[in-house]
Design a protein around this ligand. Structure first.
Ligand SMILES: Nc1ncnc2c1ncn2[C@@H]1O[C@H](COP(=O)(O)OP(=O)(O)OP(=O)(O)O)[C@@H](O)[C@H]1O
Length: 281
């Protein structure tokens, strides 16, 4: 891959994240499963990068390893993940300690997990869930919460009255949008979204994809979007990286990859999507 190396500390790198030689292994009683193998990938500042691949190809393992949320028996066995938050020195996410990580979470790096719709607290109003995150990580914004919360909700197409609602009063698509608004509340450099449209019906999927695209435009946030659905990549991303059995088999401009896939596995993935989903071809 012809990605440029990282800049020096203090220099604004064109990349938000540089993953080098990443290996992740699950050690089980039936042997080791190498879920991510020798993965090199650089995420450019301001882009929407898609991570594609069928179920079991290692996409979610990659996400949780980057975010240091990998649970045993999973273990990072090699590699480095250099993160370049704007205005701060670059850090290797695999080496930072708990406190450093706490500071980076939400304010520099946030995560929309797979099945995240169940991650809202059922007994808290939407506005209190925003307050929890904002006050813990940016207490100085307390005075502006009254203005900030409706603005964030508006950014994802929700009315201000949603702030007073409880999660059970929201549809699946509304919950997902609330979570997206919380994820960008502190204007992070990078949001990693794992299967953001799975389990939503097709019409809502389109709305969510548009909202994700708007977040990039409005907040300048860099997005890494994990999806098994090539239709999602066709509609949303700038570049797509394709994983197969833990390895990256192809990465490139999404239109180019759809037009002229270099790897036979990518070709198969593209052929498996219904024709209507193919905007990039
Ligand atoms: N806790 C675990 N213990 C053992 N093996 C695991 C564990 N979690 C994942 N794996 C294995 O790691 C590999 C990658 O799984 P992973 O969930 O990262 O893939 P994925 O592409 O995200 O698929 P999906 O979208 O279905 O989650 C698979 O072979 C899976 O069986």
């Amino acid at each position: 891959m012809s990605e440029k190396p990282a800049g020096n500390a203090g220099e604004r790198s064109p990349h938000v994240l540089e993953i080098k030689g990443l290996d992740v292994t699950y050690s089980t009683s039936r042997g080791d499963v190498k879920a991510v193998r020798g993965l090199d990938l650089a995420v450019r500042r301001g882009e929407i990068l898609g991570i594609a691949g069928e179920s079991g190809s290692g996409k979610s393992t990659l996400a949780v390893a980057l975010l240091r949320l990998l649970k045993p028996p999973g273990q990072v066995t090699a590699g480095s993940v250099l993160f370049h938050p704007a205005g701060r020195s670059p850090v290797d996410l695999l080496k930072v300690d708990g406190e450093e990580l706490r500071v980076l979470r939400w304010s520099a790096l946030s995560y929309l997990p797979q099945g995240s719709m169940s991650s809202l607290n059922p007994v808290m109003r939407v506005e209190d869930q925003f307050k929890d995150v904002i006050l813990e990580h940016a207490p100085a914004r307390k005075a502006s919460l009254g203005e900030l919360i409706p603005r964030l909700l508006g950014q994802v197409g929700l009315e201000p009255r949603v702030a007073r609602m409880f999660p059970h009063e929201l549809s699946g698509g509304m919950k997902q949008r609330v979570l997206m608004a919380i994820a960008v509340a502190l204007e992070p450099d990078l949001v990693i979204a794992d299967e953001p449209t799975t389990a939503l019906d097709v019409t809502i999927q389109r709305v969510i994809l548009q909202s994700l695209a708007d977040l990039r435009t409005d907040f300048g946030v860099t997005l890494m979007v994990i999806s098994h659905d090539m239709g999602v990549h066709a509609q949303l991303v700038d570049r797509v990286a394709v994983m197969y059995e833990g390895r990256l088999v192809e990465v490139g401009d999404v239109r180019q990859v759809f037009k002229d896939p270099q790897d036979p596995y990518t070709q198969q993935l593209i052929e498996s999507i219904p024709k209507m989903g193919r905007r990039a071809s």
